[in-house]
Write a protein that binds this ligand. Structure first.
Ligand SMILES: [Zn+2]
Ligand SMILES: [Zn+2]
Length: 273
């Protein structure tokens, strides 16, 4: 049966010392691989290699926002991707105009061999290795024969966004970083799977609010209001690394469907109709 494979390459919050930073791949039935966020350092391709993914098989990056734990792995993903695929297509980077501006500043500061322009980035051979695709909340883009992505604004920092990916008849929604977000609830309606961040439990509501993140109850409420089939919590902070059960227990107070907590290299398969 055709299915969408979801692989968590990084599941840690920004200050995590136990997990790689946020990155998730979706492998759609039409062969499209979607990377949600770029983690930091070399985590994406290091962990991808451990589950048998080849660097040249990455094609689209959907970036939620321009915090370091979500975007700073991009220059090294580009380096490995372009070397593995010397005559291949550039890596397609989809995000808000503000996040793409930050990506360009990051590349400028860390990758002097790249030449940047309004279309993307070229390497020292003049080959295009990155291509920018600015997108605003509510817009959709086609990624593959039967794979589309729609972004929606969330409540975290300026121009932060979440993504809904529709492929092969199922929808997977990724919150990015956000407080409880009514626009996420709208965008996630009827989705097969909601991947939602959970920074803390209600015991640290004040801490979550201060950094514009969700508690597990916020994630459970969003899942219930949107009527999704399954909830996976990610972006896990240090206090919950060894025992994430309190996050699951709290989300289950609001959402009756299956709830789990991702860990690095966690894989789930979602069957398509
Ligand atoms: Zn984050
Ligand atoms: Zn953030």
């Amino acid at each position: 049966m055709p299915s969408v494979r979801v692989t968590f390459l990084g599941t840690g919050a920004g200050a995590s010392i136990y997990r790689a930073h946020t990155a998730i791949t979706l492998d759609a039935p039409d062969g499209t691989r979607v990377l949600l966020d770029a983690s930091s350092g070399n985590s994406v391709l290091r962990n991808a290699t451990l589950v048998g993914m080849e660097p040249q098989d990455f094609s689209h990056l959907l970036l939620s926002h321009d915090h370091a734990d979500h975007m700073s792995g991009l220059p090294l993903i580009q380096l490995v991707h372009s070397r593995a695929n010397p005559n291949g297509n550039p890596l397609q980077i989809h995000s808000s105009p503000k996040a793409l501006e930050s990506v360009q500043l990051l590349c400028q500061a860390t990758s002097p061999n790249l030449t940047l322009d309004h279309e993307g980035a070229r390497n020292f051979r003049g080959r295009q290795v990155l291509r920018w695709h600015p997108i605003d909340g509510g817009q959709s883009t086609t990624l593959g024969p039967s794979t589309t992505a729609t972004c929606f604004p969330v409540d975290h920092i300026d121009q932060a966004m979440g993504w809904r990916v529709d492929c092969g008849g199922v929808s997977v929604v990724f919150s990015g970083d956000t407080k409880f977000s009514p626009s996420l609830v709208d965008a996630a309606r009827g989705a097969r799977l909601l991947i939602h961040e959970a920074y803390s439990t209600e015991a640290d509501r004040e801490g979550a609010d201060q950094v514009a993140h969700s508690t597990a109850s916020d994630a459970g409420r969003a899942a219930a209001l949107a009527g999704v089939e399954e909830l996976i919590l990610t972006h896990i902070a240090n206090p919950f690394h060894f025992d994430p059960q309190p996050l699951v227990d709290e989300a289950r107070q609001y959402f009756e469907g299956p709830v789990s907590v991702a860990h690095d290299l966690y894989q789930v398969t979602v069957d398509t109709p």
